[in-house]
Design a protein around this ligand. Structure first.
Ligand code: CA2
Length: 151
């Protein structure tokens, strides 16, 4: 049984590749998810991807991870990064390791983007690498899950 990694994308990320390419790149979310599935196959892990524009739906998905065998989470909370105590509490409750991923470099943008409700709980934070950030996060998660010495 391959270790299961959940990928969660927050609000408006369904618009990737259609608007604001200078900030978020021109890769669509469908492409990012397919690239992650392909890489997961190579690495010997399984990924389940989900995007929602609704805070409660993301909280429900995180809660379900406690029962569905998920071992690691790749999370781009999008705007909820800067606002969502509810999503933070859900991640803390399930106590799963996660990487916080941002396409843009949030430290090079408006001041409010420098506050994250997730970074202090995350195993790692990747910000500003574009779509590549998700692949880097998946390699990190797979390494953590498959390297016996670290388990
Ligand atoms: O850089 C990131 O990945 C962000 O998480 C993206 C969020 C933003 O609120 C965070 O501060 C940083 C916004 C996602 C909006 O996605 C769009 C994609 C294409 C066009 C418009 C919005």
């Amino acid at each position: 049984m391959k270790p299961r990694i959940a990928v969660l994308h927050g609000p408006n990320l369904n618009l990737l590749g259609t608007r604001e390419p200078a900030v978020y790149g021109s890769t669509t979310l469908a492409r990012i998810d397919q690239d992650l599935r392909d890489l997961a196959e190579q690495l010997g892990v399984q990924v389940d991807c989900m995007q929602s524009n609704h805070e409660g739906a993301l909280v429900d998905r995180v809660q379900a991870m406690a029962q569905d065998g998920t071992r690691f989470v790749l999370l781009n909370p999008a705007a909820y990064t800067h606002t969502s105590v509810a999503l933070r509490d859900a991640l803390a409750a399930v106590a799963l390791p996660f990487v916080e991923v941002h396409l843009s470099n949030v430290y090079r943008r408006e001041a409010f983007r420098r506050t994250s409700y997730f970074s202090d709980l995350a195993e790692a934070v990747i910000s500003g690498c574009g779509a590549l950030g998700y692949s880097l996060a998946l390699r990190f998660a797979a390494d953590r899950l498959l390297t016996k010495a670290q388990n």
